[in-house]
Structure formats: C-alpha cells, structure tokens
Design a protein around this ligand. Structure first.
Ligand SMILES: [Zn+2]
Length: 134
C-alpha cells in the first residue's frame, strides 16, 4: 500500500473515542433531555410508558419492553433534534405495536412524516457514532 492509501485508511478508521468523562456528561445531558421529551410526545400521542433508563451501549439506540419501560442510548445527545424526536416516537409507537409491521410504520409516520429521512440519517451516521463508545 502506498503512502496515499495508508493516509486514506487512517482517515477512514479515525473515530474519536469518547472519554469516560465525556460519556458521563452525555448521560447527564440525556437524563435532562430524554424524560421531558418522552413525556411531551407521550402526551401528544396519548400513550403511557414505564421507567426510562439511559444507557451507554454500542449495540442499539433505544428499546421498549413489553411493560413499556424505555431505554435510550446517551449517544443520542450527539444527534440532531429531529433524530432524537424520531427515536423517542419510534419507541413510543411500540406501545401500540410491538413489531415493525406496516401498521407500526403508519403510526410513526403520523407523528414523524419524514421518518424515512431519519432512518436514512441513522443508516449513514449511526455506525460511526456508535463506534465512539468505548
Ligand atoms: Zn423498533
């Protein structure tokens, strides 16, 4: 591999890892941001939910249990506002449909009409963002 390729390769792999204190700060920020955001959307959507937990993980952005407990990744704080809203609405829609059926996506679309663009943003940026954890 010549020098130019070596440089390109380095550039490609250069993902700036977050430090433990940066992760703590993001988790703190998420604790202030996510619960009111969930509460606002749950009111709009007329849905209830259980506990909200903020996690530092590199496998998923968010999840919703069958009991309605919600988990959100603190890395969401590095995303644009509309993507945060999309992820919150996505999980809340699982309170109606515990699957990704047509009916589920129709519910998402009711509240986030451009949800496909949000999914595209996540496909494009999600992986490198996730790799900043640990
Ligand atoms: Zn889902």
């Amino acid at each position: 591999m010549d020098q130019k390729n070596a440089e390109n390769n380095t550039k490609h792999e250069e993902i700036k890892k977050l430090t433990p204190s940066e992760i703590r700060a993001l988790a703190e920020e998420a604790l202030n941001d996510i619960p009111p955001r969930v509460s606002r959307w749950a009111d709009i959507m007329g849905l209830t939910y259980g506990r909200i937990t903020i996690r530092n993980q590199k496998t998923r952005w968010a999840s919703c249990s069958s009991k309605g407990n919600l988990n959100f990744n603190c890395l969401m704080m590095l995303m644009p506002e509309n993507i945060k809203d999309y992820l919150v609405v996505h999980e809340l829609c699982h309170r109606r449909e515990m699957n990704h059926s047509k009916r589920f996506w129709a519910t998402v679309e009711e509240y986030i009409p451009d949800y496909r663009d949000c999914e595209k943003w996540l496909k494009k940026n999600g992986e490198s963002l996730m790799r900043r954890m640990w």
